[in-house]
Design a protein around this ligand. Structure first.
Ligand code: SAH
Ligand code: SF4
Length: 381
């Protein structure tokens, strides 16, 4: 892969030096891209004509098309991006006070078929390249005018890999993207501001700590093997004891904790006995439990638990001394859902235009026509 967003700073320097550019010129190009939000070599005013030409011929510079941008009343923004082969992915921004979390996709679709997840019904089209992952962040920042001098007062402060796809089934590209996101002369996102969420790909979990030092979120959803296998087929391959062992080997950095995602499904995993099993499973780890009200989608086989049941579940966990949140849903007027996204362009009345024009900023009337799937992401920091 040879898009400019595929490269770490070092590999960009190498590639551009092969094209005849001096290393400090490559650094300047990097800063244009990641500090100033400029990818057009013609606008890189401190590069000479020869370097501009070398840059344009050495790496790909095309950007995904923004098919739609939707704004919810609570500040959530959802983008639909069209990739060079016509595939589509969704990316969601969730502001919460000073924090702004971008929920990014790692695959088009997903091979895993978690029963409660809309993405899981779609199958896997393909992995995203590192460049396509970075493009989601870059375009979101660009659209929000978030390339600010010295990164002051940034809108986008956190990244969660909780969009479409299983990040650990696209590990190489996700890890490269994380290295790029963390580069101190680029987006400069600290490891504690990035979270990789996995359904439990046990053999790859340790590397998240060793190679990246970003946060780990485990989509647990049940601490009972039989129930978990029913709702998450990956549990057949990596059962709870295997998962637990892998998480024990994950090197947790100082003052951090593991986030446990737990979607509450009515009469499936929401009893107090289920809560006790969850507590027993996580008790040896510094933990934050994120309870997520199930968001139904057309044809989904589950129902959301009753509010009283959800509160009782939360209180049981809190009484055991474990930090727990029951997530609020966000962005419900624009069908913005992390983890259950599915590309269904036919339902949207949009036209494709080239970046940087924002094509479809829906008003609330239009939004009401869209199916009501809710966003429910809160990042751990
Ligand atoms: N594949 C990874 C990351 C994407 S899923 C993973 O499974 O962790 C992101 C989160 O959304 C997961 O915790 C997932 O369980 C949750 N999710 C999926 N479908 C959901 C639904 N219908 N309602 C609420 N949360 C859901
Ligand atoms: Fe894939 Fe995660 Fe959805 Fe499961 S919950 S199908 S792993 S995206």
């Amino acid at each position: 892969m040879n898009h400019i967003f595929d490269h770490t700073r070092e590999s960009l320097k190498q590639t551009l030096s092969n094209a005849g550019m001096k290393p400090f010129r490559a650094e300047q190009a990097w800063q244009w891209v990641y500090s100033k939000g400029v990818t057009d070599p013609e606008q890189m005013t401190n590069l000479g004509a020869a370097d501009k030409k070398a840059l344009a011929s050495a790496v790909g510079l095309a950007l995904p098309t923004i098919t739609a941008e939707q704004h919810a009343e609570d500040g959530v923004i959802k983008w639909l991006f069209k990739l060079s082969d016509g595939q589509e992915i969704e990316t969601v921004f969730i502001p919460q006070g000073k924090r702004g979390t971008l929920c990014v996709s790692s695959q088009v679709g997903c091979t895993l078929t978690c029963r409660f997840c809309h993405t899981g019904t779609q199958g896997l089209a393909r992995n995203l390249t590192a460049a396509e992952i970075i493009a989601q962040v870059w375009l979101a920042k660009k659209q929000m005018a978030d390339f600010t001098p010295n990164n002051t007062a940034r809108k986008l402060t956190n990244i969660v890999f909780m969009g479409m796809g299983e990040p650990l089934y696209n590990k190489d590209n996700v890890f490269t993207a994380c290295h790029i996101l963390m580069d101190e002369k680029g987006f400069a996102m600290g490891g504690r501001k990035i979270t990789i969420s996995t359904s439990g790909v046990a053999p790859e979990i340790e590397a998240i700590g060793e190679e990246l030092g970003v946060n780990l979120a485990i989509s647990l959803h049940s601490a009972d093997d039989e129930t978990r296998t029913k709702i998450m087929p990956i549990n057949k391959k990596y059962s709870l004891p295997i998962l637990k062992k892998a998480i024990s080997n994950f090197k947790l950095r100082e003052n951090r904790r593991i986030t446990w995602e737990y979607v509450l499904l009515k009469n499936v995993n929401d009893s107090l006995e289920d809560a006790d099993k969850l507590i027993a499973f996580i008790k040896k780890f510094p933990s934050l439990v994120n309870l997520i009200p199930f968001n139904p989608w057309p044809g989904s086989p589950f129902e959301c638990s009753n509010p009283g049941t959800m509160n009782a579940f939360r209180d049981r966990i809190a009484k055991a001394g474990v930090d727990v949140t029951l997530r609020k849903t966000r962005g419900e007027d624009i069908s913005a859902a992390c983890g259950q996204l599915r590309s269904e362009t036919s339902k949207r009345n949009t036209v494709s235009l080239q970046y940087p024009t924002v094509v479809a900023v829906y008003g609330s009337e239009k939004q009401q026509e869209l199916s009501k799937i809710k966003v429910n992401i809160e990042s751990t920091e």
